[in-house]
Write a protein that binds this ligand. Sequence first.
Ligand SMILES: *Cc1c(COP(=O)(O)O)cnc(C)c1O
Ligand code: SF4
Length: 348
Amino acid sequence: MTKLKCIKNSQQLVDEGFANPSDLTTLNEISKKYTLTITRQIANNIDKSDPNDPIALQFIPSQEERLATPEELVDPIGDQKESPIKGIVHRYKDRCLLMPVTVCSAYCRFCFRKERVGQNERGLSRSELESAFNYIESKKELWEVILTGGDPLFIRPKLLNEILDRLESINHVEILRIHTRMPFVEALKIDEDMLLALTRKKPLYIILHANHAKEFSQEAIEAIEKLRRCGATLLSQSVLLKNINNNVDVLEELFRTFVRHRIKPYYLHHADMTKGTSHFRTTIEEGQALMRALRGRISGFAIPHYVLDIPGGFGKVPINHCYLQSENTHYLVEDIKGTQHAYPPTSV
Ligand SMILES: *Cc1c(COP(=O)(O)O)cnc(C)c1O
Ligand code: SF4
């Protein structure tokens, strides 16, 4: 078991051959600001001989992480603005986020909450958790509670079970949702106790975050299978990332891989305006072109919604290319090859 230790500092990255000794100073500087942790599962999945390894690019800091562009924000999607109480973000009427922890097993360098996640901030205390439950209980319109963070599967199974029991006991909360990256970073955490905690009476939707088909290692696949067997519905979310998956073949393979493992692709996020992440961001035009190229090429249900979380806390909206144009007397609809066709006007 000694081989399972995480990489927690730049020296280790250098010692294990994941970074050059000449980068040590920069890496130290970055990891002082944003936590560095790479699990053994991730480390084992990195091909050190490939300078563009899609796993390495997601988890090993690069020089550019020190740069913050003027448009980048500390709270890119406006979480704070809609937080009525610690640990809750309530933006949409019928659903809210509950964040019991702000830690993860490994830290993605492009993380949209990197100013909070993995920082010194503690998770919710017992009494803060209790206040969060009371808030959810008092808001009768809350139909769904979304556990996110941090990674909710980082929570000890016993406590996670208590949290889910408590949420399930609230009558108006009909749907439970968990956003996690755990199968792809530390599948070992999904043990028997965790699976028991995740076996629910109410519908549980688990949104699995992965950005490249290479993340589906054997242990990840086994953990996904276990999650499915415990009765949860599995959906995916990915982030469009420059040099990692901004390529139609790579996205095609990613979405096919989700579907192959019975995961319905749900969202492809346009990378948020988080500080120090400009090297990961593509243009929206590029994202739209990629999504357009996928239409017709893979099953309709293998295509996620391409979404943008509007900076300032205005929520997520689809930002796909629009195939329909309204003319004076009719519509123009574009087919997947780009040819336009007239469509009759809507009669009233
Ligand atoms: C993303 C998000 C949700 C979930 O949105 P869906 O479109 O239902 O997946 C809910 N609340 C907040 C604050 C969010 O940022
Ligand atoms: S798993 Fe999610 S919350 Fe955790 S570091 Fe990655 S993007 Fe951020």
